[in-house]
Structure formats: C-alpha cells, structure tokens
Design a protein around this ligand. Structure first.
Ligand code: ATM
Length: 234
C-alpha cells in the first residue's frame, strides 16, 4: 500500500473521466468518530491481500499543496473562515489532490481509497454551514468534473456516539470538532440526503458496530460494486 503520494509530481493537466482509467476510486464519508481512517486502512490491506495495489489518501490534503491548505482549514478559531471561502479552499485543495495524486494513480491501475472527498463539502459547508447547494455544485463541477468516486461508503453514526469516540482520543481538537452539535446533526442528515440522491454510487453503512464487523459490511459492498474484478474472489 502506498501511504504517501509519489515524489515526482505530474505537471501535465489530466482530464477525467475516471472510467477511462484502470484503477478504481472509492471514497469514505461520514461525521466525527465514524472510523473512516481505520476502515480505509483495513480496506487497503484487504485489497492488497487480493493482489490489488492501493493508495490510501485523505481530504482535505493528500498532495503537498493540499496539505498546506488543510493546515489553514483545520487550525485556528471556529469563525476563521466565512463558509463560502471555506468551500473554495476545500475545492482548491481537492483540485490539486485530484490532478497531482488521484488521477495519476488511477491511470497506473492503482485503486485510490480517499478518506473524504467532494461529498464532505456539500455536507459540511452546505448542509452544515449553510452555503447554497447550487454554488457548491458549480464549484464541484469546476474542480472535479466527472472524476467522482465510483463507490462512496458513508459511515453513519449518531452524533453523540461519534463525539464520545473522538473525545477519548488524544489528538488535538480541530476547528471542526469545536463546531456545535446542531451543525454536526445537520451534516449527518446531509450525508444521508446525498446518499439517498445517488443510490448507485453511495452505500450507507452503520458504523456503530466494532471495526471488524463494519469492515465486513464494507468488503461486501466493494465486492458487489466491483463484481467483475476476479481478483476480489481470489
Ligand atoms: P478529518 O477530520 O476527516 O481529517 O477532516 C478534517 C475536517 O475537514 C473534517 N472535520 N472534522 N473533524 C471535515 C472537514 N471538511 C470539510 O468541512 N469540507 C470538506 O470538503 C472536507 C474534505 C473536509
């Protein structure tokens, strides 16, 4: 599994669609404490066991430029950014991540597993922070085009249970964790609405169970979605 983007950055502008490439693009989405990073690691390890090369990446971040933007987004006072500015920063980071890391990996046949992608902007900045969905969709069209994930695994957990998990961790609290629980409730409903609108791409999975059980649900979804790939049965 590659956990770091390749050291040499492509300068050529690459264009979607993802379907012309050989790798597969999977994203994890969900609120606080849903276990996305653990599940992303478990999925990559399982795919590698089946002979599939993977790249575990994340948003905001995932490329050197996008990681710089991430630092601007996750640190500082809650009100540091006006929500529309925040959405633009997330999209700028995403564009860099996509062009410099995700599309080149997919072209090499690598499966890309991203801990968050474009749905997070609609959920957090749209449903959570009130930016008009139309504006967010325009930004997404510009930054991402049709290079959306082929499968999005939405890990769903009640807000209070998710908070209980994150607050037991020693990590520094990010700007987003400081936002009020009403915002987190709105974004949970936002993820569910996004999944309901795109049932072909999105699978909502309960993240309340232990990590091994959640992983089994994820593996089942991956096998169903990519049933034509014989390596998954091997
Ligand atoms: P992670 O904690 O999953 O690394 O993400 C950092 C924060 O960025 C996350 N909240 N917390 N905690 C959600 C937030 N975020 C957005 O608000 N919009 C986005 O488009 C993305 C990708 C993340």
């Amino acid at each position: 599994m590659q956990t770091h983007p390749p050291g040499v950055w492509g300068t050529k502008v690459m264009t979607p669609p993802v379907t012309t490439t050989t790798g597969r693009f999977i994203s994890f989405e969900g609120g606080e404490g849903a276990g996305k990073s653990t599940q992303s690691r478990l999925l990559c390890a399982r795919l590698e066991n089946h002979g599939i090369e993977t790249l575990a990446t994340r948003e905001p971040g995932g490329s050197p430029g996008a990681e710089h933007i991430r630092n601007l987004l996750v640190s500082g006072a809650v009100g540091r950014w006006e929500p529309l500015t925040e959405a633009l920063l997330h999209n700028a980071a995403r564009r860099d991540h996509l062009q410099r890391v995700i599309l080149p990996a997919l072209t090499r046949g690598v499966w890309v597993i991203s801990d968050r992608f474009a749905d997070s902007t609609l959920a957090y900045q749209g449903y959570g922070q009130g930016v008009a969905h139309e504006k967010l969709n325009q930004m997404r069209d510009l930054a991402v085009g049709d290079a959306m994930p082929e499968l999005t695994l939405m890990l769903d957990i009640p807000v209070a249970d998710g908070f209980a998990r994150t607050h037991s961790r020693a990590d520094e609290t990010s700007r987003y964790e400081k936002m009020d629980s009403a915002m987190h409730e709105r974004l949970r409903q936002g993820f569910l609405a996004i999944a309901a609108a795109e049932p072909e791409r999105c699978r909502v999975l309960s993240a309340a169970a232990n990590a091994d059980n959640v992983h089994q649900l994820i593996w089942q979804s991956v096998c169903e979605r990519f049933v034509e790939d014989a390596r998954l049965n091997g």
